[in-house]
Design a protein around this ligand. Sequence first.
Ligand code: A2P
Length: 345
Amino acid sequence: MSKTKQFHVAVVGATGAVGQQMLSILEQRDFPLASLKLLASARSAGKKVMFKGNEYTLEEATPEAFEGVDIALFSAGGSVSTKLVPEAIKRGTLCIDNTSAFRMDPDVPLVVPEVNPDKIFDNNGVIANPNCSTIQMVAALKPLYDKYGMDRIVVSTYQAVSGAGAKAIQELVDQSQAVLNGDEVKKEVLPVGSLPVKHQIAFNAIPQIDVFLDNGFTNEEMKMIRETKKIYGDESIKVSATCVRIPVERGHAESVYVELKEDFEMADVMALFANAPGVIVQDKPEEQVYPMPADATGKIEVFVGRVRRDLDYPKGLHMWVVSDNLLKGAAWNAVQIAEEWIKRQ
Ligand code: A2P
């Protein structure tokens, strides 16, 4: 990346599960920082965080905090973004928002750089980062979509608890210890639904992520459905999703079934995946090689394996897609958008 220009950057939600990964990615990528501001709630103000060997003091995220900030990466929840993104825009800040607050706003680009990078430059001050499960799926499927067209996607997810934040990670650890010790299991965080009802996640699977809607789908499932159509710019594509929380700390896995519009050869499909930007193929069944969350943790790519033609429908294709939900699904996609934007400044 060009180092000639440097940028004043703020991370909003810097103490959170995604915010911490944003800091680590900014550090690893040697991002051209003129300054860095770490923002969180008033509870965290004054606390210290290390970045590149220097100590930074957390500040409360207020409208005034955005004075002089060129780029703000938001991951502090939808209500914080709803309140502060307009304030930051007023002060000339480009906001890259990891919450769902603006994703479906027709005036806000929803961007996965491997899929629709040009939309980055069609913004009114805010660019939305899609839902973690959507990002890895659309990035993996993009070359198939371009070459063959796509009629339908049916996806079932196996999602890590870190998607529900730092408290959910702690809940998985605490519950697992309690089960192994034979202690009482406390259920306080998952699922994050509309009712106070909570379920055990340790040694379990919960088929609910976010609230239920009147159509029987959850909000997470509807995010995958709506966001996929928006990112591909194609309302005709049929999408359905079942989203499940599993007791994994990091890395979402997805069983994806697609029906393509045209006939395909398996060798061509595998070559497309092998050449797709940001995608790594791990598919050697004879050696029991396939993507898994434990291997994807800490990596920025999307991993694809178990690729096979449907036995009854020749234009149908099954695959298994895994990625680190905190990185490509959140922090890395946001920083990648910022890097693409910077290239044209
Ligand atoms: P804090 O640690 O001060 O509460 P996670 O998704 O892992 O739960 O993280 C949520 C992030 O959002 C944290 O950094 C949290 O900061 C931040 N946050 C929560 N509420 C606010 C708020 N009202 N203003 C700014 N940041 C907030």
